[in-house]
Design a binder for this molecule. Structure first.
Ligand SMILES: Nc1ncnc2c1ncn2[C@@H]1O[C@H](COP(=O)(O)OP(=O)(O)O)[C@@H](O)[C@H]1O
Ligand SMILES: [Mg+2]
Length: 232
């Protein structure tokens, strides 16, 4: 079953064509990567699929809901780690997670928040205001908030930015384990190593054009460069 289906999707920002007639499907239980150079349209795709902006034309369904009609419902069900977003400066790390847990009506909050604090190793900073946390710890909070309600589908825009290599490895393992459980992760990245390591399938885009959608190719770097150069 397709958990995400994208059909002839186009997004224009005034004169800028950010996505040009893009179509692909994402299967349930896979890690799906959207890969492309900076400015290729990855974040725009995630914003459309999570109902944050509307496409100019075309259709997309997420969890079988129409992104144009059911954006609130979609956002209730999915986890989202937006690109370069940080938790509110005026809450402590712990308060932020309690806030998210309340909004999402999560049960067993104390246990779940405690689990994330230990898993991503930030319990000793739980009482610091988010504004005083390192970028890496803020990113850990963003990861925790996205998975606190145990979504069957999560969108992660550039997942490992600001994390040290050991933490990167941990988060990669977590993403893979989510897929093993049958959950789906949609991840955007311009880092080929990450895509090769964690993704089952991917879409490659450049200047808003889809160049490839399918299983991850062996020797991805060579394939990616050839696809992108060939498209110019
Ligand atoms: N709000 C916006 N207004 C105008 N242009 C935008 C806006 N958001 C993105 N763009 C443009 O759309 C294109 C795709 O951007 P984006 O989706 O952020 O790419 P990526 O995430 O792959 O780096 C870029 O040319 C970018 O400058
Ligand atoms: Mg982006």
């Amino acid at each position: 079953m397709s958990i995400i289906s994208v059909n002839e999707l186009t997004k224009e920002y005034g004169p800028v064509l950010a996505l040009n007639n893009v179509s692909f499907n994402v299967k349930e239980g896979e890690v799906f990567g959207i890969l492309g150079p900076n400015g290729s349209g990855k974040t725009t795709m995630i914003k459309i699929l999570t109902g944050q902006i509307k496409p100019t034309s075309g259709h997309a369904r997420v969890l079988d809901y129409d992104v144009k009609k059911s954006s609130i419902t979609i956002r209730k069900h999915v986890g989202i780690i937006p690109e370069q977003e940080t938790p509110p400066s005026f809450l402590t790390a712990e308060e932020y997670l309690y806030f998210i847990a309340k909004v999402r009506k999560i049960k067993d909050i104390e246990f779940k928040i405690g689990w994330w604090m230990d898993y991503l190793e930030f319990r000793n900073q739980k009482d610091l205001l988010c504004k005083d946390l390192s970028r890496g710890t803020r990113q850990k909070l963003m990861i925790a908030q996205a998975f606190l309600h145990e979504p069957k589908l999560a969108f992660i825009d550039e997942p490992l930015i600001n994390l040290d290599p050991i933490m990167q490895d941990k988060v990669k393992k977590f993403i893979k384990s989510e897929a093993k459980k049958g959950n789906t992760i949609f991840v955007s990245t311009h880092v080929l190593d990450i895509a090769e390591d964690i993704c089952d399938s991917l879409a490659i885009i450049n200047h808003g054009n889809l160049l490839y959608a399918g299983k991850v190719k062996k020797n991805l770097e060579k394939f990616f460069i050839k696809s992108v150069k060939g498209s110019k």
